[in-house]
Design a protein around this ligand. Structure first.
Ligand code: ADP
Length: 197
């Protein structure tokens, strides 16, 4: 399965991506995690993106697209993947389309996790305390939410037009949300096998 997990900062994408990835045997690929690992290890990439991510901005498309291209070329992603936090801009959508076309692959579904904003800010502030993430101050959280609304939320419409978008209520317990996602993926799978038959 080739999936995208879409949703605002704090919607629980990372948590759900890990669970879905384990259940379906496909790697969860998080651009945010890749950037954080590089920042931690002080690699050239990490030094390049450290300030941008700390201020809540988006890393330039050329950098992000190149990283995803490399990651998707790795063997474990050959038969499927779950993208968490990518694409985030229309430029990234176009780049991903190109990567998939080159490989002769297609997306199976885009799962959009929906949450209410107040709840999300609360979750992010709690996570800031737990994980000490540099980009989880209230000001930076607000900037990330603004950028999401402006740049990333519109991607849902792009995928809806392609018939790929599935909106899932992201409120409730982790298990409840996972259950909803699995229902969606079950339907996607049934629809795909009906077409194949
Ligand atoms: P969030 O909790 O906002 O979903 P992520 O862990 O996905 O955060 O990403 C953290 C930061 O890494 C983002 O705020 C951004 O600076 C950078 N980043 C991650 N993915 C992308 C992307 N696809 N394009 C540009 N910047 C990105």
């Amino acid at each position: 399965m080739r999936l995208i997990m879409l949703g605002p900062p704090g919607a629980g994408k990372g948590t759900q991506a890990a669970l879905v990835s384990a259940a379906h045997g496909v790697p969860a690929i998080s651009t945010g995690d890749i950037f954080r690992a590089n920042i931690k290890n002080e690699t050239p990439l990490g030094l390049q993106v450290k300030e941008i991510t700390a201020s809540g901005g988006y890393v330039p498309d050329e950098i992000t697209n190149a990283i995803v291209r490399d990651r998707l070329a790795q063997e474990d992603a050959a038969h499927g993947f779950l993208l968490d936090g990518y694409p985030r801009t229309t430029g990234q959508v176009a780049a991903l389309d190109e990567m998939l076309a080159e490989a002769g692959h297609a997306l199976d579904a885009v799962v959009e996790l929906t949450v209410d904003t107040d709840e999300v800010v609360g979750r992010l502030l709690a996570r800031a305390v737990e994980q000490g993430r540099a980009d989880d101050t209230e000001e930076v959280i607000r900037e990330r939410m603004r950028l999401y609304a402006e740049e990333t939320a519109p991607l849902a419409a792009v995928y809806r037009e392609r018939g790929l978008l599935h909106r899932v209520d992201g409120m409730g317990s982790v298990e409840e949300v996972t259950g909803r996602i699995e229902q969606v993926l079950g339907r996607v799978r049934d629809a795909a096998s009906a077409t194949d038959a």
